[in-house]
Design a protein around this ligand. Structure first.
Ligand code: ZN
Length: 417
């Protein structure tokens, strides 16, 4: 049983790592790379485009059930959840990995093997993370470790692109687990030493301008949506963006018009704003609205003076990921640093946009780490994953997970008689 609670994080980790059952779990992971690989190959071969994760989710639910986890079920958003009950079952630690991929339906997903390498869309992002979930569940069940609090395993939907973190939002906003989750460990992609502590925030907008359009000669007094949109975008391009906190602005798509001799009826652009600081995102959003409004207003004044119809505009939010930072003294950060010290790893902090954005933005303890091995070509059809060395990352996750269970259980108020 894992019940000890030493004063410092490093002592706690050393004690955990010296427990015979934890050794057995390490041993299980050491001996079962073939099993992990088989899971990963099967998982990769089940397509999971955004909003179409159901088949993969059902496969994962069956694996959770087969491993003997409790209450394996899909939630209303499509996340697959399962529990490993702990000594304290009022609290849980969430261990999650997103099951969706960026690849649209119809993308060939059958994996190829080249030596140790697995080549397939989604082989690394995030088949590596989901495989780690299964490996850890199997190792914990096999060794009959009873964690200090319940572990909630989640294969969540909607991490990529327009999924807009919907799986994680559901878990923290509407699910019955939302109050019970003490801390969150997100597994995403490969890597053994990185830890995402800065949640990169983003806001994405679709800007649309519409007007009467017309003939380039006879209606030349009509306002031109492409030119007016261009003016607004030029204003944005002249903004000074801070390097610290790092903040970026991108216009990724621009559309409009039908022919060279027509004044277009519409023009649109897609704008992506990113920052580690939520206030910068708000500031930029205001400036985006102002730039579009000013450009349209001024064009409409000119058009009205010439007796021409006005332009209308609409700015729609396409996606929103909140920015947040895990405080340097957060217990979960001390815990991963202690684990890394124990395992002889460097802890490499990173800034990224992951499922951990949601709990972090709510002031909850969360971080995102890799599921081991190496990978590349993420989000392309040339994506690959090599599991060499995966075992070390799984040990890292296991120690962090069990330690978080101890800390989460300890945070519970003790009921008075
Ligand atoms: Zn991912």
């Amino acid at each position: 049983m894992i019940t000890s609670f030493a004063s410092s994080a490093y002592q706690r980790i050393s004690q955990l790592a010296s427990q015979p059952r934890v050794h057995q779990a390490f041993q299980w992971l050491h001996l079962h790379e073939k099993q992990l690989r088989d899971w990963q190959l099967k998982l990769i071969s089940i397509p999971a485009p955004p909003f179409q994760e159901r088949t993969r989710a059902e496969w994962l639910r069956q694996q959770f059930e087969g491993l003997g986890l409790s209450n394996a079920h899909p939630d209303p958003e499509g996340n697959v959840l399962a529990e490993l009950p702990g000594t304290d079952d009022t609290t849980c630690v969430l261990l999650s990995a997103h099951i969706d991929t960026v690849f649209p339906a119809g993308t060939p997903v059958e994996p190829l093997e080249d030596g140790d390498r697995i080549l397939a869309p989604g082989a690394c992002d995030n088949a590596a993370g989901v495989t780690a979930l299964l490996g850890l569940a199997a190792a914990l069940k096999h060794t009959q470790i009873k964690p200090a609090c319940t572990i909630l395993f989640a294969g969540n939907v909607g991490e990529e692109g327009e999924g807009n973190l919907r799986g994680m939002r559901h878990l923290f906003q509407r699910s019955p687990y939302k109050e019970r989750i003490g801390s969150t460990i997100v597994l995403d992609g490969s890597g053994t030493e990185t830890v995402v502590t800065h949640a990169l925030g983003s806001r994405r907008f679709h800007v649309l301008l519409q007007g009467p359009g017309g003939h380039s000669w006879t209606d030349s007094a009509s306002p031109n949506p492409i030119l007016v949109l261009s003016r607004a975008l030029a204003t944005l391009s002249n903004l000074e963006l801070p390097g610290n906190p790092r903040t970026t602005l991108n216009v990724g798509v621009i559309q409009g018009g039908t022919s060279v001799n027509s004044i277009p009826e519409s023009a649109s652009a897609q704008v992506d704003l990113r920052s580690t600081d939520p206030e910068q995102l708000i500031r930029l959003e205001v400036l985006l609205h102002r730039a579009v409004e000013d450009a349209v207003l001024s064009a409409n004044l000119t058009a009205a003076a010439r007796g021409r119809g006005p332009l209308a505009f609409r700015i729609q939010t396409m996606g929103h990921r909140p920015a947040a930072t895990l405080p340097e003294d957060a217990p979960i950060l001390q815990s991963i640093r202690a684990v890394d010290r124990h395992l002889g790893l460097r802890t490499e902090p990173r800034i990224s946009s992951t499922d951990a954005n949601i709990p972090l933005s709510l002031g909850r303890e969360a971080l995102c780490i890799g599921a081991g091995g190496t990978g590349g070509g993420t989000h392309t059809r040339q994506e690959w994953y090599d599991p060499t060395g995966r075992e070390l990352a799984l040990r890292r996750i296991l120690l962090l997970l069990l330690d978080q269970c101890q800390s989460s259980a300890a945070m519970q108020p003790i009921a008075a008689d």
